[in-house]
Write a protein that binds this ligand. Structure first.
Ligand SMILES: Nc1ncnc2c1ncn2[C@@H]1O[C@H](COP(=O)(O)OP(=O)(O)O)[C@@H](O)[C@H]1O
Ligand SMILES: [Mg+2]
Length: 264
């Protein structure tokens, strides 16, 4: 069991992909892709539809096998591990329709993100064990501190199902980082939100990465949305990395412009 108090100071680890290839039958979805994400760094992955962005996440999280290459988190090689073992090492992702429990409160949803760590102590709480009660109190304190980071402490007792779309995304992200994982993967987190809310959400993601020292890999279809908030932008096209640079350099990169224009 990880104590939630100590979980909030988890060891920062760098994610490194080296020459990663993934194939589906005859189709090469990724070819020799190398990327690294350092603690606290926001790296956006952009590229036209079908470029291999989601496949990249599936490879990192163990949902598809590599045809070539390697993936490490810190010193440890993680490709070839089962998805739940990769998740246990602190690589978290959110999914579209992220599955908050609509009838539970915001606080309870975030506590669910801490649940695997405090589960054994919840049994203890029922039995009235002092250590378990302390762990539970610390979990609640951690959840509250996360809510206050985004200035949404007032929503604590609101049912998640009654939140706006943007607020739900925030709570999903807080739940994903409740245990302070080294790495957060976000696949188009702002999709479907109104434009001002999209920008706000992406800025919040950056704030969380910086204050919590979490490496963030952020898939986004719209280049403009990630320009102001990414430390680096990786561009995929037909499964290959065609650029990996600071946002300003990406904006004027000829290969990138051609890839986007080519796809209309
Ligand atoms: N499970 C799968 N089986 C077969 N082909 C797939 C599978 N997942 C993705 N692909 C193909 O791999 C390519 C990359 O897809 P994807 O990673 O979803 O791209 P993106 O997220 O950039 O739009 C596409 O040609 C897609 O059709
Ligand atoms: Mg995709």
């Amino acid at each position: 069991m990880i104590d939630p108090a100590t979980a909030s100071s988890s060891i920062a680890r760098q994610l490194t992909l080296t020459g990663v290839s993934v194939g589906f039958g005859g189709l090469k979805a990724l070819t020799g892709v190398s990327i690294d994400v350092r603690p606290g760094e926001v790296v956006a992955v952009i590229g036209p539809n079908g470029a291999g962005k989601t496949t990249l996440f599936n490879a990192i999280t163990g949902f598809v096998p590599l045809a070539a290459g390697r993936i490490t988190l810190g010193e440890e090689r993680i490709d070839g591990l089962y998805p739940h073992d990769i998740s246990a090492r602190g690589i978290r992702r959110t999914f579209q329709n992220g599955g908050l429990c609509g009838h539970l409160t915001v606080l309870e949803n975030i506590l669910a993100g801490l649940h695997s760590e405090v589960r054994s102590s919840i049994v203890g709480t029922v039995l009235g064990l002092p250590n378990a009660r302390r762990a539970e109190r610390e979990a609640v304190a951690r959840a509250r501190s996360l809510l206050s980071l985004l200035d949404i402490g007032r929503l604590e007792q609101q049912q998640a199902g009654t939140l706006s779309g943007g607020q739900q995304r925030m709570v999903e992200i807080l739940r994903a980082i409740a245990t302070n994982p080294p790495l957060l993967l976000l696949d188009e987190p702002a999709v479907g939100l109104a434009p001002p809310v999209r920008i706000q959400l992406i800025e919040i993601i950056r704030r969380l990465a910086k204050t919590q020292n979490i490496g963030v890999l952020l898939i986004e279809h719209a280049i403009e949305l990630v320009m102001g908030v990414s430390d680096r932008i990786v561009v995929l096209n037909y499964g290959e990395k065609i650029a990996d640079d600071a946002p300003a350099a990406i904006r004027s990169n000829k290969a990138v412009l051609e890839a986007y224009l080519g796809h209309g």
